[in-house]
Design a protein around this ligand. Structure first.
Ligand code: FAD
Length: 408
């Protein structure tokens, strides 16, 4: 039986980054992915701010396109913030994960694609991991000192199939990759466009992101909860098609593929972070932020933090991962909680009119403010727009009172 220091289950951004970091410092690592290729589950729209590329030392080859303008479209408002230089990128999600896996291999690790995790069996200090090679059906066992659950929303290691899981806040998203003529693509090639409001997507938001090579990602995501104002919503597909027919109306396009995925988020970060020598990272511990469903850079950062603890464990400096859990909860719980509250109100509680009004107040915020709100979750910046709203409220109350006193 082959023996490893660490077996990582799931080669998403978190698992790939974790295996990459650990092989870099010389650990014997096996990275397991159930799909044969990364294009098989190319589910993420994968946008990120520019700093992610430098922070994780990512090459140009994993980028589909850069973007430099932010656009928010509601039922009645179209608001754009423009920049002279790139502010972020849209990853080619398949290439990003392929790159991380290739780095793992070039640093001496092993990557087994098309291999499904089945279960673990405890054996004194070590753990036997049972895997199934999907193409042949062969059952393989390996031994490891540490087992990492990086299976995203499946949380396949922390919870066995029969075990019940907590009530998660869940969201579902689908996306079409479409190809346009070069001239038509140029109109959208620099813009990250978000669609809010009851017309475009009442229980979440829709988007159009540039993907390079004259391709756009056109998608829609919704929370699987009821809405305070809208009783019945359409299928996700019909909201994507609304963007194609009404927003991009009349532009000829070819659908290259469609894909989609799910997010499962545990409020208050109450996921299971570790059990003995098993540790969970990325979406398996709700590292996705619920304001906009952004999780790639957070999963990768979470993997970096976890790696420090994994190395300490292997070196015998710690005997459990309590410190890891504490560091993540201390570092993220407050921001994640605020983001969840903001997301839930915006997507499930606002009337269409309030969404229009809210976005019209954002007009006075700078691009820097908007980036800080959307990507650093710096909600204090909203006060600037809030003051204008307050002024509007005071003026309208005062006008009403004045009108009343004139009448009497
Ligand atoms: C529609 C949609 C759009 C999104 N858009 C963005 C965005 O624009 N920007 C952003 O930053 N984030 C976005 N996200 C979120 C982001 O994609 C996730 O947060 C991120 O992929 C989480 O990374 P992860 O490695 O934790 O998990 P995942 O990426 O889910 O990876 C888990 C891996 O584990 C594998 N796996 C699962 N079970 C097993 C098993 N039993 N055996 C072997 N392998 C297994 C899976 O096949 C998968 O490859 C989006 C998500 C969705 C659904």
């Amino acid at each position: 039986m082959e023996c490893f220091d660490v077996v990582v289950i799931g080669a998403g951004p978190a698992g790939g980054q974790c295996a990459r970091q650990l092989t870099q410092v010389g650990q014997r690592v096996l990275l397991i992915e159930q799909h044969e290729t990364f294009s098989r589950n190319d589910f993420s729209s994968a946008t990120t701010p520019l700093e992610t590329l430098e922070k994780f030392n990512l090459p140009e080859t994993v980028i589909g396109s850069y973007w430099q303008n932010l656009v928010i479209v509601t039922t009645n408002i179209h608001q754009k913030w423009e920049s002279q230089k790139p502010l972020g990128a849209v990853f080619d999600f398949a290439k990003l994960r392929e790159f991380l896996a290739t780095q793992v291999k070039s640093q001496g690790g092993e990557v087994w694609m098309g291999c499904r995790y089945l279960r673990y069996i405890k054996n004194h200090q070590n753990t036997i991991v049972e895997l199934k090679q999907r193409s042949t059906g062969e059952i393989i066992q390996v031994e490891t000192q540490i087992l990492v659950d990086a299976t995203g929303p499946a949380r396949a290691v922390m919870y066995n199939k029969k075990e019940s899981q907590p009530n998660y806040l869940t969201g579902t998203g689908i996306e079409y990759l479409i190809e346009l003529s070069e001239t038509d693509y140029q109109q959208y090639s620099q813009d990250l466009i978000f669609f809010l409001g009851h017309r475009w997507m009442p229980r979440g938001y829709s988007w159009i992101f540039p993907m390079g090579n004259n391709r756009l990602k056109v998608g829609s995501a919704q929370l699987n909860c009821s809405h305070a104002w809208v009783n019945q919503t359409q299928t996700l597909r019909s909201y994507v098609e609304l963007l194609l027919t009404e927003y991009l109306g009349g532009i000829p396009y070819k659908i290259i593929n469609h894909h989609g995925g799910m997010l499962k988020y545990c409020s208050k970060l109450e996921d299971i972070y570790y059990k003995d020598n098993i540790i969970a990272i990325g979406d398996a511990v709700s590292m996705v932020n619920m304001l906009g469903g952004e999780g790639i850079r957070h999963g990768m950062q979470n993997a970096n933090i976890a790696c420090g603890y994994i190395q300490d464990y292997l070196a015998g400096k710690i005997t459990d991962f309590a410190g890891y859990r504490q560091e993540i909860r201390q570092g993220y719980a407050r921001t994640w909680n605020w983001s969840e509250q903001m997301g839930l109100s915006k997507y499930l509680k606002y009337s269409d009119q309030s969404i229009d009004k809210g976005v019209s107040y954002l007009k006075d915020l700078s691009l820097e403010d908007m980036m800080a709100i959307l990507f650093d979750y710096d909600f204090k910046r909203l006060y600037k727009a809030g003051f204008k709203y307050l002024r509007y409220k005071i003026v309208s109350i005062w006008t009403r009172l004045k009108l009343k006193s004139n009448l009497t």
